[in-house]
Design a binder for this molecule. Structure first.
Ligand code: PLP
Length: 400
């Protein structure tokens, strides 16, 4: 009787959650696993977020909230863009969503017709392609070059634009690469979008997490006319260590907000008021909160990067500039043999072997469109990262 519709049956399971489940199963058997699979901050949200949530519960806010978000939150988000990026953002430019993920999902259903094309520089986050394909969009992946530090290849993007191309997706700082898009490239991509009549969807969910004095240039702040074709997606998930609260947003022209809001009115009815209040609290946190969060990620980045440098067969590439991922190449290990004599064939094989033999969980790069790499998330305790690096080192030394 049950027949899963082909549009859903075709969706692959999210590799990140699948790996996390495997790591948890091994732990349940008593194995000591360092789980570097899921990109989930381990810190505490700002105290102001938790206090605001408690107050909301005490006030008894249990009813539906406005579908597009409570006015206080839409204003707090708009004010953040005015303050940080000098953009004349208004609450009507903001839609509150269930995580950044839903903002992107809304956009894929709202902006494109079946058969339209979207360009995505790869490696890229795992959910863009399934979300767009669900909307009948044809995704053209445009590989970024390792040799260029995985910065998007503007010439290749330009060459990939065709009559059906409607948009370019960007993600900076990037998951899985940790790359912060160079300002000149962002300008060049914006010029390309202007010339070819394309939208830019800029996923800036790691925008606050950059290192060594680097800044992510907000795509909507490039120029007055960039605002007409650019949509920014963000969330409290990473910036305020609130991934489980499920609160994100988009900043977009008003017509897009109105259309996505109509969609949400039939799909989710918006986000729980207690969560929205917590987000207002989070956004009121001072710069010290973010500074100490970023500083702790920077120390962990260095612990993992340094621990995994100088190994035969594993090339960590450039030191990540933002987000909390390391995406080393491991194709130098392909063909090497495990203790039992079996060869490591590909990134999946490497990730499986690391989990089995070293108790370190990482995600094979295929999930992000780059089968030469694996992804480690370093949003975890720094001593556990050092342990992970030692174990990977020992495991590599055991290969033949
Ligand atoms: C690049 C990127 N975009 C979007 C998301 C989704 O964020 P959220 O948890 O707020 O839905 C993630 C989460 O890992 C991400 O890494």
């Amino acid at each position: 009787v049950i027949r899963i519709a082909s549009r859903v049956a075709a969706i692959p399971e999210a590799a990140t959650f699948a790996l996390k489940a495997r790591a948890q199963a091994l732990r349940a058997q008593g194995r000591d696993v360092v789980d570097l699979s899921v990109g989930e901050p381990d810190g505490s949200p700002p105290e102001a977020a938790l206090a605001a949530a408690r107050e909301s519960l005490d006030r008894g806010e249990h009813r539906y909230a406005p579908v597009a978000g409570i006015p206080e939150l839409r204003e707090a988000i708009a004010a953040r863009y005015r303050r940080l990026h000098g953009i004349p953002a208004e609450p009507a430019n903001v839609l509150v969503t269930i995580g950044g993920k839903q903002a992107l999902h809304d956009l894929s259903l709202t902006l494109f017709e079946p058969g339209d094309e979207v360009l995505i520089p790869t490696p890229c986050w795992i959910s863009y392609v399934p979300q767009l394909e669900l909307a009948g969009v044809r995704v053209r992946c445009v590989p970024s070059r390792w040799e260029e530090g995985f910065q998007p290849d503007v010439d290749a993007l330009a060459a990939a634009v065709g009559p059906k191309t409607r948009a370019i997706y960007l993600n900076s700082p990037g998951n899985p690469t940790g790359v912060v898009l160079e300002a000149e490239r962002l300008h060049a991509i914006d010029r390309l979008a202007a010339e070819r009549g394309l939208l830019v969807v800029s996923d800036e969910i790691y925008g606050a997490i950059t290192y060594d004095g680097r800044r992510h240039p907000c795509a909507v702040a490039l120029s007055d006319d960039a605002r007409l074709r650019t949509i920014v997606v963000d969330a409290v998930s990473k910036t305020f260590a609130m991934a489980g609260w499920r609160l994100g947003w988009m900043l977009a022209p008003k017509s897009v907000i109105a259309a996505c809001s109509a969609l949400q009115g039939h799909v989710t009815s918006g986000v729980a008021p207690v969560v929205q209040r917590a987000a207002v609290g989070a956004l009121s946190a001072g710069p010290d909160y973010t500074a100490s969060l970023v500083d702790s990620y920077r120390q962990r980045r260095d612990a993992l990067y340094d621990g995994l440098s100088g190994l035969d067969g594993l090339d960590p590439g450039l030191r990540p500039m933002g987000a909390f991922y390391l995406f080393p190449r491991v194709d130098g290990l392909f063909g090497r043999r495990r203790l039992d004599g079996s060869p490591l064939k590909d990134a999946r094989g490497v990730a499986d072997w690391l989990l089995d033999s070293a108790g370190v969980a990482a995600i094979p790069g295929d999930a992000f469109g780059e089968p030469r790499c694996i992804r480690f998330s370093y949003a975890t305790d720094i001593d556990r990262l050092r342990t992970a690096a030692e174990r990977v080192r020992d495991a590599l030394n055991s290969l033949r």
